[in-house]
Design a protein around this ligand. Structure first.
Ligand code: GDP
Ligand code: IMO
Ligand code: MG
Length: 437
């Protein structure tokens, strides 16, 4: 069975976690292949999986629960689904153990997870280095140390999950890298205070919780594919934050587009069938960087309040703007989307009209292609098509024909402009608030 990819189509926080959770009801594996704790994927369930049994009718009577995934794949809430942390990730082991504990509590049982030998360790000195360098404030990152951890990987001095299996060499490698950073930042009290033996032993002790789960995940996933198992790949971040294709330097440090599955999980493109782009019905961005359709003023604040647009990881208010089809066309091309999942359509209820950017005006020219160059984007003026809004709330809509006519037209307009089917429309955070088509 070909695998399914779920990828962010804007600047992150599109609702990937929710979509992945839905798809993983039927999946055998859910795989993260990029990023680390910079990701925050919120899943709202109307049931507690471990209590469900086979009495489907009683599910809805259980109270709604939420879980914010950062490292563990969002499908791991389901009993049937094994979570895999791929080699393309940078994993903070302290955060991993915390998340495992929280998830165990919610599920009432241990989630089934595996971690790649090749996943890099994000260690307590990485966020400190990010702060010292000033990149945290210059880019407004999530402050988790993501950039420094990936830089260690590229510089070939990073520590990997497999290193935890060889304690003596692990301690030696850690000592070397800490020595290096103490030399680079002699004035940093925070870095000087790390005692490598102590930190190393603490990490080795901590890793006992998941040591047996550090395996060859490439083999695991290929065996699963050969046995006809269903794998869902869960992208973190999104195309416009991709290290290569995003709005550099206001990007993250990993590959958030389709190619990340090959490099970050070892599964080649011809094993992936459906490629689902997740987009909000409008646009948000957290952190600095160009955002042509950003709304300044009361309407932006209206969307932020209606959509609860505050970061899942950091709580930062998200910048809000209209849907940008120029950007989406670019992202769809990069990823080869076979379909789109459109989330948060409910948030647009009550607007008189809804502007959608179909092109940009740049130095007197009309651009239909997204220029992924900050200097150009800063001077791009969106050209808007103004579509009629609708008054009705959408909660409770269960089929496409339940939607108000203007909302149906909004969906069809996007499909026509992008030449892409929208197969899932989400009208609320809950797992049952969707229209499938
Ligand atoms: P992710 O990083 O792409 O997984 O997205 P986040 O979880 O960071 O942010 C999406 C937020 O929107 C979460 O709080 C979700 O619970 C919520 N959400 C998802 N889909 C919908 C929807 O259709 N309507 C509303 N109102 N909220 C949604
Ligand atoms: P999910 O998976 C939204 C943004 C940060 C910052 C930039 C670089 O939940 O969609 P980093 O800490 O990665 O070096 O920060 O990228 N960013 C995200 N924005 N959603 C995310 O993840 C993000 N992960 C990173 O705000 O602008
Ligand atoms: Mg998020």
């Amino acid at each position: 069975m070909p695998a399914v990819a779920v990828l962010g189509a804007q600047w992150g926080d599109e609702g990937k976690g929710k979509v992945v959770h839905l798809l993983c009801r039927e999946a055998d594996f859910c795989v993260r292949f990029n990023g680390g704790t910079n990701a925050g994927h919120r899943v709202v369930t109307s049931r507690v999986p471990s209590l469900v049994g086979d009495g489907a009718e009683s599910d809805s009577e259980l109270p709604a629960q939420e879980f914010k995934f950062h490292l563990i794949p969002s499908g791991a809430l389901h009993e049937n689904c094994t979570g895999v942390l791929g080699n393309g990730m940078v994993v903070d082991p302290y955060a991993l153990v915390q998340e495992l504990n929280a998830l165990r509590e919610l599920r009432g049982s241990d989630p089934d997870i595996y971690i790649s030998y090749g996943a890099h360790l994000l260690l307590p000195y990485h966020p400190i280095i990010e702060r010292l360098e000033g990149s945290q404030s210059a880019l407004d990152t999530t402050a988790k140390g993501i950039g420094p951890a990936y830089r260690d990987k590229a510089a070939r001095i990073g520590l990997r999950m497999s290193d935890l299996l060889f304690p003596q060499t692990f301690l030696e490698k850690l000592d070397k890298i800490l020595e290096r950073y103490r030399r680079i930042w002699p004035e940093s009290k925070e870095l000087q205070q790390f005692e490598s033996q102590e930190l190393g032993e603490d990490l080795l002790r901590l890793s006992e919780v998941f040591r047996e789960r550090i395996v060859d995940t490439v083999q695991l996933l290929h065996d699963a594919l050969d046995q006809g198992k269903l794998i869902v790949f869960e992208g973190a971040q999104a195309a416009l934050l991709d290290l290569d294709f995003g709005t550099y330097p206001y990007v993250t440090s990993s590959t958030a587009t389709i190619g990340g599955i090959g490099s970050g999980a070892g599964v080649p493109p011809n094993r992936v069938g459906r490629i689902i782009g997740v987009a909000k019905a409008y646009t948000t961005r957290v952190g600095h960087g160009p955002f042509p359709t950003e709304i300044h003023g009361p309407l932006g604040e209206h969307l932020r309040q209606q959509g609860h647009e505050f970061g899942t990881t950091t709580g930062r208010p998200r910048r809000c703007g209209w849907l940008d089809l120029v950007a989406l066309r670019y992202v769809s091309k990069l990823n080869g989307f076979t379909e789109l999942a459109l989330t948060k359509l409910d948030v647009l209820s009550g607007l008189f009209e809804i502007p959608v950017a179909t092109a940009y005006r740049y130095h007197g020219r009309t651009l239909y292609e997204f220029p992924a160059v900050c200097e150009m984007l800063h001077e791009c003026e969106p050209i808007y098509e103004r579509l009629p809004g609708w008054k009705e709330p959408l909660q409770g809509c269960q089929t496409f024909s339940d939607l108000p006519r203007a909302a149906q037209d909004y969906i069809r307009f996007i499909e026509d402009e992008l030449n892409l089917p929208i197969s899932l429309i989400s009208v609320g955070p809950g797992e049952d608030e969707n229209l499938w088509r």
